[in-house]
Structures are given as structure tokens and as C-alpha cells.
Write a protein that binds this ligand. Structure first.
Ligand code: ZN
Ligand code: FE
Length: 259
């Protein structure tokens, strides 16, 4: 059974460290900074860093790659469609890779960036997803490169994963995301209760991750663009009729950008 540890970096990034205790091997995800990873490895010399997984090209996800490559004998896996130096293998949609005794499936999820990928593992101990900056707890990444339609389709794809999938995303944005979600759907009790829980966790300085597909489908407005309450809220913001799906998603995303 794998263990997931979050190494905090910068203001609000998490570098996920995935540990296989039996093999004493580790993988890290989106190391924007090598220092927290090198520090952890220095304190646990029995563990070998075998794999580095990269979801997209932004600096806060790739800044540590060159140092980790030089300091360890890890293999670096990342998206074929993005300009990232020091990748050992470039991945496309549908590729499967083997790490830490598991098979991970590569999903292209364009929107935040055009080449963004996510990694899904149908782990017998419980499925899990590394979603980078695409799907956050209570929210989704900004559209820096893709269209609303692309991001909407990417999120639909992730929402179709099993309900019990654990989601490990790259930022601690949950509280701000849920404040917005509550503004979109003030009558949604799942959102209200989740916001209270998250407020308590943050007050105690604690992490709000991982989340699950089931919880996101109930509380994340960006996965709810077919819900009448969300469509109505989008229409009230824009003062015009809006279709369900990608158009509602686009309106909600634009609203969040100025919230
Ligand atoms: Zn990013
Ligand atoms: Fe980021």
C-alpha cells in the first residue's frame, strides 16, 4: 500500500511524495522546488527517489527538475506536448507507465495549459488521481492556454472516474474555492458544511487534501454546470440565458476570475 505525503512549497503548492514502504522507493509529483524533496530524502536515506511525474510546464511545478535529476537517479516523466527540459520520457494521452508496482494511465486534460496531463491509478487499495492544476478541491485551474470548452471536457473526463477516487492536486486553494462555490450555490448544504470543515482545518494550519470524485461532484461548481441552480446563478451574473454545460462552465469560470 502506497503512502502519500504532501511537501509544502512556495505559498500554497504541495509536492506529493508517494512512498512504497516495501520497496523503499519514492516518487514525487510536480517538484517546483527541489529543496523540500532533497531534505526529505536526506532524512530518509533508506528511500530511493525513482520517479518524478510532471503534469504541466509551469515553473511552480518544474523548477526542481534539473536539481533532482542531478542529485538522484530518478526518471522524469511528463507531457509530450509541452516544452519541459530534462524529461526522460514524454507522455501522450492513453500512455500507461509503471511506477512503484502500479500502472498509471495518462489522461490529456487541456485547459489550464494545452499539454496538461493527469495521472490515474486504478490501485486495488483504492483508485487515485494526480490532477495537477486541472481539478482542485472545490475548484479548477485558470484558463491560461485552453478554451472553456476544452477545460469543461477535461473536467468531465475526470468526473467520470470512480466516485471513491482520491484526488491529489497541486495547490491548497480549497478555502477560497469553497467560498466561491457557496456564493454560486448558497442553498447547497454539502458546500456549506464542507466550507465549515475546511475553515476549521485551515484555522488549525492543516491540509484540506486529498479530496474525492464523489465530494467534488457534490460541491465543486466547475463539475456542476448541468445543475439548474448553477445555470441560474450563471444567468443572473451575466443577465442573459445560458445553456447548460460548457457555456455555464465558461460563465462560472469568468465569474471566479473576478470574485
Ligand atoms: Zn499551473
Ligand atoms: Fe501551479
Amino acid at each position: 500500500m502506497l503512502e502519500f505525503l504532501a511537501l509544502p512549497a512556495f505559498q500554497d503548492n504541495y509536492i506529493w511524495l508517494i512512498l512504497d514502504h516495501k520497496r523503499q522507493e519514492a516518487a514525487v509529483v510536480d517538484p517546483g522546488d527541489a529543496v523540500p524533496v532533497i531534505t526529505w530524502l536526506g532524512r530518509h536515506p533508506e528511500y530511493q527517489l525513482r520517479h518524478v511525474l510532471v503534469t504541466h510546464h509551469h515553473r511552480d511545478h518544474t523548477g526542481g527538475l534539473a536539481t533532482l535529476k542531478a542529485a538522484t537517479d530518478c526518471r522524469i516523466w511528463g507531457p509530450a506536448a509541452e516544452a519541459i527540459s530534462s524529461l526522460d520520457r514524454r507522455l501522450d494521452d492513453g500512455d500507461k507507465i509503471n511506477i512503484l508496482g502500479q500502472t498509471l494511465q495518462v489522461c490529456a486534460v487541456p485547459g489550464h495549459t494545452l499539454g496538461h496531463i493527469a495521472f490515474y491509478c486504478d490501485d486495488p487499495d483504492g483508485p487515485w488521481l494526480l490532477s495537477g492544476d486541472t481539478l482542485f478541491a472545490g475548484g479548477c485551474g485558470r484558463l491560461f492556454e485552453g478554451t472553456p470548452q476544452q477545460m469543461h471536457d477535461s473536467l468531465e473526463r475526470l468526473a467520470a472516474l470512480p466516485d471513491n477516487t482520491s484526488i491529489y492536486c497541486a495547490h491548497e486553494y480549497t478555502q477560497a474555492n469553497l467560498r466561491f462555490a457557496h456564493a454560486v450555490e448558497p442553498a447547497n448544504d454539502d458546500i456549506r458544511v464542507r466550507l465549515e470543515v475546511v475553515n476549521d482545518l485551515r484555522l488549525a494550519g492543516r491540509m484540506t487534501l486529498p479530496t474525492t470524485v464523489a465530494l467534488e461532484k457534490r460541491t465543486n461548481p466547475f463539475l456542476r454546470s448541468n445543475e439548474p441552480a448553477v445555470i441560474t446563478a450563471a444567468e443572473q451574473q451575466q443577465g442573459q440565458r445560458i445553456a447548460a454545460g460548457a457555456d455555464t462552465f465558461a460563465a462560472i469560470r469568468a465569474w471566479k476570475d473576478r470574485f
